[in-house]
Design a protein around this ligand. Structure first.
Ligand SMILES: *[C@@H]1O[C@H](CO)[C@@H](O)[C@H](O)[C@H]1NC(C)=O
Ligand SMILES: *[C@@H]1O[C@H](CO)[C@@H](O)[C@H](O)[C@H]1NC(C)=O
Ligand SMILES: *[C@@H]1O[C@H](CO)[C@@H](O)[C@H](O)[C@H]1NC(C)=O
Length: 222
């Protein structure tokens, strides 16, 4: 029986190699977040009609809280988005405040592990990454070598690039406290000053919060 010509054999060999790859090792799983970290993040909202933001993210699972300190491009007054595990979020700047409530709390450190679908390896932001998606809502890129998160994208076009990731980074307690003006007019805080910085970014922050909330809900039945 004559041997098949090498050029016909090559695709068969490649196919066999690919099959044994996927059949052998299970797909990689996302590395759970450390219980406390500080990340500096550049958020690109231009695809969804927004702007760029520079965010200091403090995730503090033991104390049940998560804080986004948001600086919009060329805007002075930063916005705080403080999310508590009891479901209350305060979004405020120096003059305005908005309170949001969600039925479920903070994303746990392993929020991505259950139900994430592995999509393979991709180069993103110049890093070789594993990619997972969860409920077609978030695409999460983790560095193959260091296991640090590099980027996550949301379905609406929001892209977050992780510029630094400091394991164990915490923010002092006083920084988490919502200011008095969050509590002075409890009944109608969301009406306070339609032109304030908090209101301008409120839609974008609310999107992030709604996404977190949905991710949490999706996770519940498992
Ligand atoms: C922001 O995202 C848009 C749309 O994907 C892209 O064209 C643009 O280059 C991005 N800008 C930055 C600074 O990453
Ligand atoms: C949740 O916790 C925060 C911070 O301790 C508090 O300000 C808020 O009132 C709490 N929300 C509820 C619904 O208990
Ligand atoms: C809260 O609502 C009352 C009555 O509707 C209104 O008079 C007041 O100006 C509102 N406060 C703020 C800060 O918007």
């Amino acid at each position: 029986m004559p041997l098949p010509p090498p050029l016909l054999l090559l695709p068969l060999l490649l196919a066999a190699a690919a099959a044994s790859d996927s059949g052998g090792a299970p797909p990689p799983t996302p590395t759970p977040w450390p219980e406390q970290f500080h990340a500096v993040i550049i958020t690109n909202l231009t695809e969804s009609g927004g702007r760029l933001q520079l965010i200091d993210l403090y995730y503090d699972w033991p104390r049940g809280r998560n804080l986004n300190l948001i600086r919009g491009q060329l805007s002075g007054d930063p916005t705080y988005d403080v999310e508590w595990t009891n479901g209350t979020s305060y979004i405020f700047d120096s003059t305005s405040c908005r309170t949001l409530r969600f039925p479920v709390g903070l994303l746990p450190p392993d929020w991505l592990v259950d139900g994430a679908v592995y999509l393979g390896r991709h180069a993103v932001d110049g890093f070789d990454c594993h990619v997972w998606t969860k409920v077609d809502f978030v695409w999460y890129y983790e560095d193959v070598v260091t296991h640090r998160p590099v980027r996550w994208n949301f379905f609406n076009g929001m892209q977050q690039h992780v510029m630094s990731f400091e394991v164990g980074g915490v923010l002092e307690d006083s920084e988490w406290q919502a200011p008095a003006h969050c509590f002075s007019d409890q009944g109608n805080t969301s009406n306070a000053g339609a032109a304030t910085a908090a209101d301008r970014v409120e839609d974008e922050d609310a999107k992030v919060d709604v996404m977190s909330s949905l991710l949490r809900k999706k996770r519940r039945p498992q």
